[in-house]
Design a protein around this ligand. Structure first.
Ligand SMILES: Cc1cc2nc3c(=O)[nH]c(=O)nc-3n(C[C@H](O)[C@H](O)[C@H](O)COP(=O)(O)OP(=O)(O)OC[C@H]3O[C@@H](n4cnc5c(N)ncnc54)[C@H](O)[C@@H]3O)c2cc1C
Length: 369
Protein backbone atom coordinates (compact mmCIF):
# COMPACT_ATOMS: atom_id res chain seq x y z
CA UNK A 1 0.00 0.00 0.00
CA UNK A 2 1.50 3.37 -0.97
CA UNK A 3 1.31 6.50 1.20
CA UNK A 4 -1.70 8.06 -0.55
CA UNK A 5 -3.61 4.77 -0.31
CA UNK A 6 -2.85 4.50 3.41
CA UNK A 7 -4.14 8.03 4.07
CA UNK A 8 -7.30 7.34 2.06
CA UNK A 9 -7.89 4.11 3.97
CA UNK A 10 -7.34 5.91 7.26
CA UNK A 11 -9.87 8.62 6.33
CA UNK A 12 -12.38 5.92 5.34
CA UNK A 13 -11.72 4.07 8.58
CA UNK A 14 -12.27 7.26 10.61
CA UNK A 15 -15.57 7.91 8.82
CA UNK A 16 -16.90 4.35 8.86
CA UNK A 17 -15.38 2.49 11.81
CA UNK A 18 -14.38 5.07 14.43
CA UNK A 19 -17.98 6.13 15.25
CA UNK A 20 -18.73 2.60 16.46
CA UNK A 21 -15.94 2.95 19.06
CA UNK A 22 -16.18 6.64 20.04
CA UNK A 23 -13.87 7.28 22.98
CA UNK A 24 -14.14 3.61 23.98
CA UNK A 25 -11.46 2.68 21.47
CA UNK A 26 -9.07 0.69 23.65
CA UNK A 27 -8.01 -1.90 22.54
CA UNK A 28 -10.34 -2.81 19.61
CA UNK A 29 -9.65 0.20 17.38
CA UNK A 30 -5.92 -0.23 17.92
CA UNK A 31 -6.05 -3.73 16.43
CA UNK A 32 -7.76 -2.33 13.33
CA UNK A 33 -5.22 0.50 13.00
CA UNK A 34 -2.40 -2.03 13.40
CA UNK A 35 -3.91 -3.94 10.45
CA UNK A 36 -3.61 -0.68 8.48
CA UNK A 37 0.04 -0.55 9.58
CA UNK A 38 -0.02 2.63 11.68
CA UNK A 39 2.00 1.28 14.59
CA UNK A 40 4.64 -0.13 12.20
CA UNK A 41 5.23 3.03 10.17
CA UNK A 42 8.78 3.49 11.42
CA UNK A 43 9.80 0.00 10.32
CA UNK A 44 10.67 -2.01 7.24
CA UNK A 45 10.04 -5.48 8.63
CA UNK A 46 12.18 -5.63 11.77
CA UNK A 47 14.46 -2.75 10.74
CA UNK A 48 13.87 0.85 11.81
CA UNK A 49 13.24 3.21 8.90
CA UNK A 50 12.98 6.82 10.05
CA UNK A 51 12.36 8.13 6.52
CA UNK A 52 8.62 7.73 6.92
CA UNK A 53 8.29 10.62 9.39
CA UNK A 54 6.12 12.63 7.03
CA UNK A 55 3.60 9.80 6.85
CA UNK A 56 3.71 9.47 10.64
CA UNK A 57 2.90 13.17 10.90
CA UNK A 58 0.03 12.93 8.41
CA UNK A 59 -1.60 9.97 10.13
CA UNK A 60 -1.20 11.52 13.60
CA UNK A 61 -2.57 14.87 12.46
CA UNK A 62 -5.57 13.25 10.79
CA UNK A 63 -6.39 11.00 13.74
CA UNK A 64 -6.02 13.96 16.14
CA UNK A 65 -8.61 15.93 14.13
CA UNK A 66 -11.21 13.35 15.05
CA UNK A 67 -9.99 11.45 18.14
CA UNK A 68 -6.81 12.84 19.76
CA UNK A 69 -6.65 10.06 22.38
CA UNK A 70 -6.45 7.48 19.60
CA UNK A 71 -3.69 9.44 17.87
CA UNK A 72 -1.76 9.34 21.16
CA UNK A 73 -2.37 5.60 21.61
CA UNK A 74 -0.97 4.72 18.17
CA UNK A 75 2.09 6.93 18.56
CA UNK A 76 2.82 5.53 22.03
CA UNK A 77 3.10 2.12 20.33
CA UNK A 78 5.53 3.60 17.77
CA UNK A 79 7.56 5.12 20.61
CA UNK A 80 7.88 1.75 22.35
CA UNK A 81 8.70 -0.06 19.13
CA UNK A 82 11.38 2.56 18.43
CA UNK A 83 13.00 2.22 21.87
CA UNK A 84 12.82 -1.59 21.83
CA UNK A 85 14.36 -1.77 18.35
CA UNK A 86 17.16 0.64 19.24
CA UNK A 87 18.09 -0.33 22.78
CA UNK A 88 16.53 -3.63 23.95
CA UNK A 89 18.26 -7.00 24.36
CA UNK A 90 17.34 -9.31 21.41
CA UNK A 91 15.32 -11.59 23.69
CA UNK A 92 13.25 -8.71 25.07
CA UNK A 93 12.86 -7.29 21.57
CA UNK A 94 11.65 -10.68 20.30
CA UNK A 95 9.07 -10.87 23.06
CA UNK A 96 7.57 -7.38 22.65
CA UNK A 97 8.50 -5.62 19.40
CA UNK A 98 6.25 -7.42 16.90
CA UNK A 99 3.49 -7.77 19.49
CA UNK A 100 3.59 -3.98 20.08
CA UNK A 101 3.41 -3.25 16.36
CA UNK A 102 0.42 -5.61 16.05
CA UNK A 103 -1.35 -4.07 19.10
CA UNK A 104 -1.19 -7.42 20.88
CA UNK A 105 1.07 -6.10 23.66
CA UNK A 106 0.91 -2.61 25.17
CA UNK A 107 3.75 -0.68 26.73
CA UNK A 108 4.08 2.28 29.08
CA UNK A 109 6.79 4.98 29.11
CA UNK A 110 7.40 5.87 32.74
CA UNK A 111 9.34 8.94 33.83
CA UNK A 112 6.93 11.13 35.82
CA UNK A 113 6.47 10.54 39.54
CA UNK A 114 4.14 12.02 42.16
CA UNK A 115 6.99 14.30 43.37
CA UNK A 116 8.89 14.65 40.10
CA UNK A 117 7.36 15.97 36.89
CA UNK A 118 9.35 18.65 35.11
CA UNK A 119 12.10 18.15 37.69
CA UNK A 120 13.00 14.64 36.53
CA UNK A 121 16.13 14.53 38.72
CA UNK A 122 13.89 14.65 41.81
CA UNK A 123 12.55 11.18 41.02
CA UNK A 124 12.79 8.56 43.75
CA UNK A 125 12.40 5.30 41.84
CA UNK A 126 15.55 3.28 42.44
CA UNK A 127 16.91 0.05 40.93
CA UNK A 128 19.61 -1.79 42.87
CA UNK A 129 21.79 -4.31 41.03
CA UNK A 130 21.93 -7.77 42.62
CA UNK A 131 23.93 -10.22 40.49
CA UNK A 132 22.07 -10.81 37.22
CA UNK A 133 19.05 -8.80 38.23
CA UNK A 134 17.83 -5.45 39.49
CA UNK A 135 15.46 -4.87 42.39
CA UNK A 136 13.14 -1.99 41.61
CA UNK A 137 11.18 0.20 44.04
CA UNK A 138 9.17 3.34 43.35
CA UNK A 139 5.99 4.93 42.00
CA UNK A 140 5.13 6.59 38.71
CA UNK A 141 2.16 8.80 37.90
CA UNK A 142 0.24 10.13 34.89
CA UNK A 143 1.56 7.28 32.73
CA UNK A 144 -0.20 6.58 29.44
CA UNK A 145 -1.59 3.00 29.31
CA UNK A 146 -0.42 2.34 32.91
CA UNK A 147 -3.58 0.42 33.90
CA UNK A 148 -3.41 -1.85 30.83
CA UNK A 149 0.31 -2.20 30.10
CA UNK A 150 1.91 -5.58 29.53
CA UNK A 151 5.35 -4.03 30.00
CA UNK A 152 6.66 -0.61 30.97
CA UNK A 153 9.93 1.13 30.12
CA UNK A 154 10.84 2.61 33.50
CA UNK A 155 13.38 5.36 34.15
CA UNK A 156 15.10 4.69 37.49
CA UNK A 157 18.06 5.91 39.45
CA UNK A 158 20.74 3.27 39.95
CA UNK A 159 21.71 2.39 43.51
CA UNK A 160 20.42 5.49 45.35
CA UNK A 161 17.96 8.36 44.93
CA UNK A 162 20.41 11.28 45.13
CA UNK A 163 20.01 14.00 42.50
CA UNK A 164 23.34 13.04 40.94
CA UNK A 165 22.62 9.27 40.72
CA UNK A 166 23.21 7.50 37.40
CA UNK A 167 20.01 6.63 35.57
CA UNK A 168 18.97 3.47 33.80
CA UNK A 169 15.92 2.39 31.81
CA UNK A 170 14.44 -1.05 32.44
CA UNK A 171 11.78 -2.98 30.56
CA UNK A 172 9.57 -4.16 33.42
CA UNK A 173 7.04 -6.92 32.78
CA UNK A 174 3.85 -5.94 34.53
CA UNK A 175 3.00 -9.51 35.58
CA UNK A 176 6.15 -9.52 37.77
CA UNK A 177 5.42 -9.90 41.50
CA UNK A 178 5.32 -6.43 43.14
CA UNK A 179 4.46 -4.54 39.93
CA UNK A 180 1.00 -3.03 39.47
CA UNK A 181 -0.81 -0.40 37.43
CA UNK A 182 -4.04 1.42 38.30
CA UNK A 183 -6.23 4.05 36.63
CA UNK A 184 -5.72 7.68 37.64
CA UNK A 185 -8.39 10.39 37.73
CA UNK A 186 -10.56 10.84 34.64
CA UNK A 187 -8.94 13.53 32.47
CA UNK A 188 -10.67 16.30 30.50
CA UNK A 189 -8.49 15.81 27.39
CA UNK A 190 -7.31 12.99 25.09
CA UNK A 191 -10.43 11.05 26.05
CA UNK A 192 -10.26 7.27 25.83
CA UNK A 193 -6.49 7.08 26.27
CA UNK A 194 -5.97 5.05 29.48
CA UNK A 195 -3.72 6.82 32.01
CA UNK A 196 -2.71 6.08 35.57
CA UNK A 197 -0.18 5.14 38.20
CA UNK A 198 2.43 2.41 38.57
CA UNK A 199 3.78 0.88 41.76
CA UNK A 200 6.96 -1.17 42.04
CA UNK A 201 7.68 -2.92 45.33
CA UNK A 202 10.81 -5.08 45.34
CA UNK A 203 10.23 -6.01 41.72
CA UNK A 204 12.94 -8.33 40.41
CA UNK A 205 13.94 -7.36 36.86
CA UNK A 206 16.43 -9.52 34.88
CA UNK A 207 19.58 -7.54 33.94
CA UNK A 208 18.94 -8.34 30.27
CA UNK A 209 15.88 -6.06 30.49
CA UNK A 210 18.20 -3.07 30.83
CA UNK A 211 18.16 -0.79 27.79
CA UNK A 212 21.64 -0.36 26.32
CA UNK A 213 21.83 3.40 26.90
CA UNK A 214 22.15 5.91 29.69
CA UNK A 215 18.61 5.88 31.10
CA UNK A 216 17.92 9.59 30.85
CA UNK A 217 19.52 9.94 27.39
CA UNK A 218 17.53 6.97 26.01
CA UNK A 219 14.24 8.29 27.39
CA UNK A 220 15.03 11.73 25.91
CA UNK A 221 15.65 10.10 22.54
CA UNK A 222 12.17 8.59 22.75
CA UNK A 223 10.74 11.82 24.12
CA UNK A 224 11.98 13.72 21.07
CA UNK A 225 9.88 11.41 18.91
CA UNK A 226 6.92 11.93 21.26
CA UNK A 227 7.37 15.71 21.14
CA UNK A 228 7.19 15.72 17.35
CA UNK A 229 4.02 13.67 17.60
CA UNK A 230 2.59 16.17 20.13
CA UNK A 231 3.20 18.92 17.58
CA UNK A 232 1.40 16.78 14.97
CA UNK A 233 -1.65 16.28 17.22
CA UNK A 234 -1.68 20.03 17.89
CA UNK A 235 -1.81 20.68 14.13
CA UNK A 236 -4.78 18.29 13.95
CA UNK A 237 -6.59 20.17 16.73
CA UNK A 238 -6.07 23.49 14.92
CA UNK A 239 -7.25 22.06 11.61
CA UNK A 240 -10.46 20.84 13.27
CA UNK A 241 -10.89 24.21 15.02
CA UNK A 242 -10.68 25.84 11.58
CA UNK A 243 -13.31 23.48 10.16
CA UNK A 244 -15.68 23.89 13.10
CA UNK A 245 -15.14 27.65 13.45
CA UNK A 246 -15.75 28.24 9.75
CA UNK A 247 -18.81 25.99 9.73
CA UNK A 248 -20.35 27.91 12.61
CA UNK A 249 -19.41 31.30 11.16
CA UNK A 250 -21.14 30.38 7.87
CA UNK A 251 -24.30 29.01 9.43
CA UNK A 252 -24.95 31.54 12.20
CA UNK A 253 -26.41 34.92 11.33
CA UNK A 254 -26.07 38.19 13.25
CA UNK A 255 -27.35 41.59 12.14
CA UNK A 256 -28.73 40.11 8.92
CA UNK A 257 -25.59 38.39 7.65
CA UNK A 258 -23.44 35.35 8.43
CA UNK A 259 -20.79 35.72 11.14
CA UNK A 260 -18.23 34.84 8.46
CA UNK A 261 -18.91 38.24 6.81
CA UNK A 262 -17.74 40.08 9.96
CA UNK A 263 -14.11 41.30 9.84
CA UNK A 264 -13.55 40.39 13.52
CA UNK A 265 -14.48 36.76 12.79
CA UNK A 266 -12.45 36.72 9.55
CA UNK A 267 -9.40 37.94 11.50
CA UNK A 268 -9.75 35.04 13.94
CA UNK A 269 -9.97 32.52 11.11
CA UNK A 270 -7.15 34.16 9.18
CA UNK A 271 -4.80 33.99 12.16
CA UNK A 272 -5.90 30.42 12.91
CA UNK A 273 -5.11 29.31 9.36
CA UNK A 274 -1.75 31.12 9.41
CA UNK A 275 -0.68 29.54 12.69
CA UNK A 276 -1.89 26.13 11.51
CA UNK A 277 0.30 26.39 8.41
CA UNK A 278 3.25 27.77 10.41
CA UNK A 279 2.94 24.97 13.02
CA UNK A 280 2.76 22.36 10.26
CA UNK A 281 5.86 23.66 8.52
CA UNK A 282 7.81 23.76 11.79
CA UNK A 283 6.62 20.26 12.64
CA UNK A 284 7.65 18.94 9.22
CA UNK A 285 11.10 20.49 9.69
CA UNK A 286 11.35 18.71 13.07
CA UNK A 287 10.20 15.46 11.42
CA UNK A 288 12.92 15.79 8.77
CA UNK A 289 15.57 16.42 11.44
CA UNK A 290 14.66 13.15 13.19
CA UNK A 291 15.53 11.22 10.03
CA UNK A 292 18.70 13.26 9.44
CA UNK A 293 20.47 12.89 12.80
CA UNK A 294 20.15 10.60 15.85
CA UNK A 295 17.42 11.99 18.12
CA UNK A 296 16.74 14.86 15.70
CA UNK A 297 17.42 18.58 16.16
CA UNK A 298 16.33 19.10 19.77
CA UNK A 299 15.87 22.86 19.34
CA UNK A 300 13.70 22.48 16.27
CA UNK A 301 11.69 19.77 18.02
CA UNK A 302 11.16 21.99 21.09
CA UNK A 303 10.15 24.91 18.86
CA UNK A 304 7.63 22.78 16.96
CA UNK A 305 6.11 21.35 20.14
CA UNK A 306 6.01 24.73 21.91
CA UNK A 307 4.65 26.70 18.96
CA UNK A 308 2.07 24.13 17.83
CA UNK A 309 0.69 23.36 21.29
CA UNK A 310 0.43 27.01 22.37
CA UNK A 311 -1.18 27.93 19.03
CA UNK A 312 -3.63 25.03 19.37
CA UNK A 313 -4.71 26.20 22.82
CA UNK A 314 -5.09 29.82 21.63
CA UNK A 315 -7.04 28.98 18.51
CA UNK A 316 -9.32 26.38 20.08
CA UNK A 317 -10.19 29.21 22.48
CA UNK A 318 -10.94 31.48 19.52
CA UNK A 319 -13.06 28.74 17.94
CA UNK A 320 -15.08 28.57 21.17
CA UNK A 321 -15.49 32.36 21.00
CA UNK A 322 -16.94 32.06 17.48
CA UNK A 323 -19.50 29.59 18.83
CA UNK A 324 -20.59 31.96 21.61
CA UNK A 325 -22.54 30.23 24.40
CA UNK A 326 -22.91 27.09 22.27
CA UNK A 327 -19.15 26.56 22.56
CA UNK A 328 -19.44 26.12 26.31
CA UNK A 329 -21.79 23.14 26.18
CA UNK A 330 -20.02 20.12 27.59
CA UNK A 331 -20.76 18.14 24.44
CA UNK A 332 -19.50 20.93 22.16
CA UNK A 333 -16.66 19.70 19.95
CA UNK A 334 -14.81 23.01 20.24
CA UNK A 335 -14.84 22.77 24.04
CA UNK A 336 -13.38 19.27 23.81
CA UNK A 337 -10.70 20.47 21.39
CA UNK A 338 -9.77 23.21 23.85
CA UNK A 339 -9.35 20.62 26.63
CA UNK A 340 -7.27 18.44 24.32
CA UNK A 341 -5.05 21.42 23.50
CA UNK A 342 -4.33 21.96 27.21
CA UNK A 343 -2.89 18.43 27.39
CA UNK A 344 -0.56 19.34 24.50
CA UNK A 345 0.91 22.19 26.56
CA UNK A 346 1.59 19.88 29.50
CA UNK A 347 2.79 16.45 28.41
CA UNK A 348 6.14 15.71 26.73
CA UNK A 349 7.61 18.78 28.47
CA UNK A 350 5.48 21.76 29.46
CA UNK A 351 5.48 24.94 27.35
CA UNK A 352 7.41 26.65 30.14
CA UNK A 353 10.22 24.12 30.10
CA UNK A 354 10.51 24.24 26.30
CA UNK A 355 10.66 28.05 26.24
CA UNK A 356 13.17 28.04 29.11
CA UNK A 357 15.44 25.48 27.42
CA UNK A 358 15.23 27.36 24.13
CA UNK A 359 15.88 30.67 25.87
CA UNK A 360 19.01 29.27 27.56
CA UNK A 361 20.33 27.99 24.25
CA UNK A 362 19.39 31.24 22.48
CA UNK A 363 21.55 33.15 24.94
CA UNK A 364 24.50 30.90 24.03
CA UNK A 365 23.78 31.02 20.31
CA UNK A 366 23.34 34.76 20.02
CA UNK A 367 25.96 35.99 22.47
CA UNK A 368 28.73 37.04 20.08
CA UNK A 369 30.96 39.09 22.36
C1 LIG B 1 -2.49 13.15 29.41
C2 LIG B 1 -1.13 13.01 30.01
C3 LIG B 1 -0.34 11.92 29.67
C4 LIG B 1 0.92 11.77 30.23
N1 LIG B 1 1.66 10.65 29.90
C5 LIG B 1 2.85 10.46 30.49
C6 LIG B 1 3.60 9.26 30.22
O1 LIG B 1 3.17 8.39 29.44
N2 LIG B 1 4.80 9.09 30.85
C7 LIG B 1 5.30 10.01 31.72
O2 LIG B 1 6.40 9.79 32.24
N3 LIG B 1 4.61 11.14 32.02
C8 LIG B 1 3.40 11.39 31.43
N4 LIG B 1 2.68 12.53 31.70
C9 LIG B 1 3.18 13.46 32.70
C10 LIG B 1 3.74 14.73 32.09
O3 LIG B 1 4.93 14.46 31.40
C11 LIG B 1 3.93 15.73 33.24
O4 LIG B 1 2.62 16.11 33.64
C12 LIG B 1 4.75 16.94 32.84
O5 LIG B 1 6.10 16.58 32.67
C13 LIG B 1 4.66 18.06 33.88
O6 LIG B 1 4.92 17.58 35.16
P1 LIG B 1 3.89 17.91 36.35
O7 LIG B 1 2.52 17.62 35.90
O8 LIG B 1 4.39 17.21 37.57
O9 LIG B 1 3.98 19.47 36.55
P2 LIG B 1 5.12 20.26 37.40
O10 LIG B 1 6.45 19.78 37.02
O11 LIG B 1 4.72 20.22 38.84
O12 LIG B 1 4.94 21.72 36.83
C14 LIG B 1 3.88 22.58 37.27
C15 LIG B 1 4.05 23.92 36.58
O13 LIG B 1 5.33 24.50 36.95
C16 LIG B 1 6.08 24.78 35.78
N5 LIG B 1 7.50 24.52 36.02
C17 LIG B 1 8.07 23.49 36.70
N6 LIG B 1 9.39 23.58 36.67
C18 LIG B 1 9.70 24.66 35.92
C19 LIG B 1 10.93 25.29 35.49
N7 LIG B 1 12.14 24.80 35.84
N8 LIG B 1 10.85 26.40 34.74
C20 LIG B 1 9.65 26.93 34.38
N9 LIG B 1 8.46 26.39 34.76
C21 LIG B 1 8.48 25.26 35.51
C22 LIG B 1 5.54 23.84 34.71
O14 LIG B 1 5.80 24.33 33.41
C23 LIG B 1 4.06 23.82 35.06
O15 LIG B 1 3.43 24.94 34.50
C24 LIG B 1 1.41 12.73 31.14
C25 LIG B 1 0.63 13.85 31.46
C26 LIG B 1 -0.62 13.99 30.91
C27 LIG B 1 -1.45 15.19 31.28
Amino acid sequence: MDEAQLLTRLETWCAERLPSYGTDFFPGALHELADLGLQSLLFDGEELNLDRGLLVHETSERLARVMPGLAVATSVARLHAYLLAKYAHPQVRRKYLEATKRAEAFGGFAMTEPHAGTDVRAMRTVAVRRGDEYVLNGSKSWIGLAPVSDYVIVLAKEGHDGRDADTIALVVEMDSPGASGAPGPALSGVLGMPNGTLEFTDVVVPAQNLLTCDGFAGMMDGLNLARIEAASYSCGLMYRALELGTGRANSREAFGKPLSALPSIQIKLGRMWTDYRAARELTLAAVASFADQPGGDRDLISMAKLFASDAARRHTDEAMQIFGAAGLAQDAQVWQLHNDAKVMQIFDGTSEIHETMLGRRAVKEFTHV
